[in-house]
Design a protein around this ligand. Structure first.
Ligand code: NAD
Ligand code: DAU
Length: 342
């Protein structure tokens, strides 16, 4: 049997690069073609130390069918693991065009590649946000794979568009697809526009942290390596045509997260927390029922939040040049637009 060759899209982003790193560290017997457009969120530095015999980097856009076909043929790609996306909800509110282009059309172009070249597997990294929002006063209610898709932001609507296209290629063309829908990740290489890395790096710069609304929105936080392990598990043990929820069973309000980060970094609440205007359409609560992936694939999270958040904060302390380079140029323009320059 020939070697499996994975086309990993969005491989220079947060989760994609952690996924490639995990497979390389574990010496999994696969070849990896790490494809990325290198948008503002993509950073070759996330992958630089991994490039070599096992991992090849290709710069390219998932909307470019010709390029994808060339890459698939040249490297004999056998499977696709599709992370590439515009991923930040706040940016999708400022402008949704790139979200529809990459998350919907890009996914369709990749699906056609898999169909035309009869690839062995296609895994779509979806999100729990496709399910919409949950009430905070019914803690027993969680998203299951049967929960209807009711996306509320342009970001989640575009991810749901990709999710539905993946489903349709299974039903119509019997494409061997798999879908994962994961909750909020945290960990190394997380772009400092998202809650945890934004707050940690702002505090390292002795700046305030902007908490949206009343700070009581709830997310289920999962360490990124657990998500990567879940994706690898589903790629190997999942049933084609099925979606799998992935979660940390670790619901927390944004206030709780903020308190933990402040305590860990020795900064007082009153001086450093600034309540700012809420995100329009802000989903109140996400919670994941991840019993299916445990039952069918044997996956469950290994990392615990109290330790993994410390590891994460330490990573930002040890890698100051990584995030300081990001927090310049285009980032500053975005920060001004989003937070009024403070
Ligand atoms: P990210 O923004 O850090 O990385 C996305 C990567 O995709 C970047 O490297 C970017 O350059 C690349 N990219 C964007 N448009 C592209 C295009 N047209 N062609 C090729 N590459 C392109 O995002 P992330 O947090 O690593 O998320 C990865 C995937 O996981 C996304 O599909 C996201 O929806 C999903 N997801 C994320 C989370 C989370 O908590 N971060 C949770 C569940 C699911
Ligand atoms: O649930 C999975 C999703 O998690 C992924 O699909 C997305 O790609 C990823 O970005 C993430 O979306 P969220 O909107 O939940 O993550 P974010 O880090 O942007 O925000 C987390 C919570 O913190 C949310 O309730 C909004 C709040 N927040 C965020 C920022 C950036 C603040 O209070 N202040 C902020 O400045």
């Amino acid at each position: 049997m020939s070697m499996r060759t994975l086309l990993v899209t969005g491989a220079a982003g947060f989760i994609g690069s952690n996924f490639v790193r995990m497979l390389a560290r574990r010496r999994e017997p696969v070849r990896i073609i790490a494809l990325d457009k290198l948008t503002y969120a993509g950073n070759l530095a996330n992958l630089a130390d991994l490039l070599g015999d096992q991992v090849t980097f290709v710069r390219g856009d998932i909307c470019n069918a010709e390029l994808l076909d060339h890459v698939a043929s040249e490297y004999r790609v056998s499977e696709v693991v599709h992370f590439a996306a515009e991923s930040h909800v706040d940016r999708s509110i400022l402008g949704s065009g790139p979200f529809v282009t990459t998350n919907v059309i890009g996914t369709q172009v990749l699906l056609d590649l898999a169909k035309n070249r009869k690839l062995d597997k296609f895994l779509y990294v979806s999100t729990d946000e496709v399910y919409g929002t949950l009430p905070e006063d019914q803690p027993d209610v969680k998203f299951t794979e049967e929960t209807p898709l009711q996306p509320n932001s342009p970001y989640s609507a575009s991810k749901a568009g990709g999710d539905c296209l993946v489903r349709s290629y299974f039903h119509t063309f019997h494409l061997p697809v798999l879908t994962t829908r994961c909750s909020n990740n945290y960990g190394p290489y997380h772009f400092p526009e998202k809650l945890i890395p934004l707050f940690v790096t702002n505090l390292m710069e002795d700046k305030q942290v902007p908490l949206y609304g009343d700070g009581k929105n709830v997310r289920d936080w999962l360490y990124v390596e657990d998500h990567c392990d879940a994706i690898w598990t589903v790629l190997n043990k999942g049933k084609f045509g099925e979606a799998y929820n992935v979660g940390g069973n670790n619901e927390m309000t944004n206030r709780q997260i903020t308190e933990i980060i402040l305590r860990e970094m020795g900064k007082p609440w009153d001086k450093y927390v600034r309540y700012v205007q809420d995100r329009p359409g802000h989903d109140r609560r996400y919670a994941i029922d991840a019993s299916k992936i445990k039952r069918e694939c044997g996956w469950e999270p290994k990392f615990r939040f109290p330790e993994a958040i410390k590891t994460t904060i330490q990573w930002y302390r040890d890698n100051e040049s990584w995030w300081r380079q990001i927090k310049s140029g285009e980032y500053l323009k975005y920060y001004d637009t989003q937070y009024g320059g403070r």
